[in-house]
Design a protein around this ligand. Structure first.
Ligand code: TRP
Length: 328
């Protein structure tokens, strides 16, 4: 049996080239080697207030962008989290075996709760729901960025605690993050990872940005005080631009060095911008085709939920039995 891979994306903000090069591109590459489930985690999104109409359209946008990026919905189940009821149900069952102290320690909770006037309980529960997403499918591999490593570790701790209280029930997800690609940094600040939630118009290139906008953002990217590319002294901003180029082109390191050594930053940026535009234009074209037929996307998401629901239902039933709940 192929091992099961699961990952999740929140339907908030704009998917950008950092998401593409760091995650989506790898999922596309490995999807056929595994039984893959891609989850659009709308229940996670509402842990901070989302305007309902925006959330509704973001869910479909993410689904469309995944398919446009090469996720094959015939092979990989694409699922909207809230449509598979077991996620919320298992989350409650796991909440009851999770010490509050474990949750209060999470760095993402601490950061996010500082930004809120009132802290919703859901923000604290966020990692329990993520553990439920993973454990409900007994997923062995969870490709996430290192910012999610602590949440993944917590999912293992919860699984272990459940197993020791109620007997072996959950498969332990691997802690290693073997499928993570390039780490793309912010164009405006190459010391920070490119983020969907960061403000700043020049921070990220969104997958749906117009070519003119893409060029403008890349031409304005932060570099350093040198005039040209010097591989012996690469500043963070230049490393970032080169790795974006390399991520899209697939060029080897030696080819990169032969081509870019000594190139002035203005020319480097032009070439990076053209490389990005040449990859995003066809992606955007596919996206427009996919989303021009709303019935198609609705069908993909319905079929994804139908495919994974039996697995989810079986896990929830087993967990209830183990805990002594009534399971007629
Ligand atoms: N917390 C993840 C993020 O913000 C999203 C997520 C939710 C997830 N559930 C998941 C990722 C399950 C992997 C597996 O990126």
């Amino acid at each position: 049996m192929k091992s099961r891979v699961l990952s999740g994306v929140q339907p908030t903000g704009n998917l950008h080239i950092g998401n593409y090069l760091g995650a989506i591109k790898n999922w596309v590459r490995i999807q056929h080697d595994y039984e893959s489930i891609f989850c659009i985690v709308d229940l996670h999104a509402i842990t901070v207030y989302q305007p309902p109409e925006e959330l509704r359209s973001k869910i479909l946008e993410i689904a469309g962008l995944f398919i446009a990026s090469g996720i094959d919905p015939k092979h990989s189940a694409m699922v909207v989290q809230s449509t598979v009821h077991g996620h919320a149900e298992l989350s409650w069952l796991l909440t009851c075996v999770t010490p509050i102290g474990w949750l209060e320690r999470m760095t993402q909770y601490k950061a996010k709760s500082q930004a809120q006037e009132t802290i919703g309980d859901g923000l604290l529960q966020y990692p329990v729901l993520m553990a439920a997403d993973i454990l409900i499918y007994q997923a062995g591999i969870v490709p996430v960025g290192d910012d999610q490593a602590q949440h993944l570790e917590l999912a293992r701790d919860i699984a272990q605690r459940f197993n020791s209280l109620y007997g072996d029930t959950f498969v332990m997800p691997a802690t290693s993050l073997p499928l993570v690609g390039a780490r793309v940094m912010g164009l405006d600040d190459p010391t920070k990872k490119m983020s969907k939630s960061a403000a700043g118009a020049g921070h990220a290139v969104a997958l749906l940005d117009e070519p003119g906008v893409i060029r403008k953002k890349i031409m304005r990217a932060t570099t350093d005080s040198q005039p040209a590319v010097d591989f012996a002294h690469l500043g963070e901003g230049v490393v970032n631009l080169l790795s974006i180029f390399q991520g899209f082109s697939g060029w080897s390191q030696s080819r990169m060095e032969a081509h870019f050594a000594g190139m002035r930053y203005g020319d480097l940026k032009k070439q990076v911008a053209e490389m990005v535009v040449s990859h995003l234009e066809p992606l955007q074209q596919r996206y427009r085709e996919i989303t021009s037929d709303p019935a198609y996307l609705a069908g993909v998401l319905r079929e994804g939920a139908e495919r994974v629901s039996p697995i989810a239902d079986a896990t929830v039933r087993l967990v209830k039995q183990r805990m002594g709940l009534y399971t007629p």
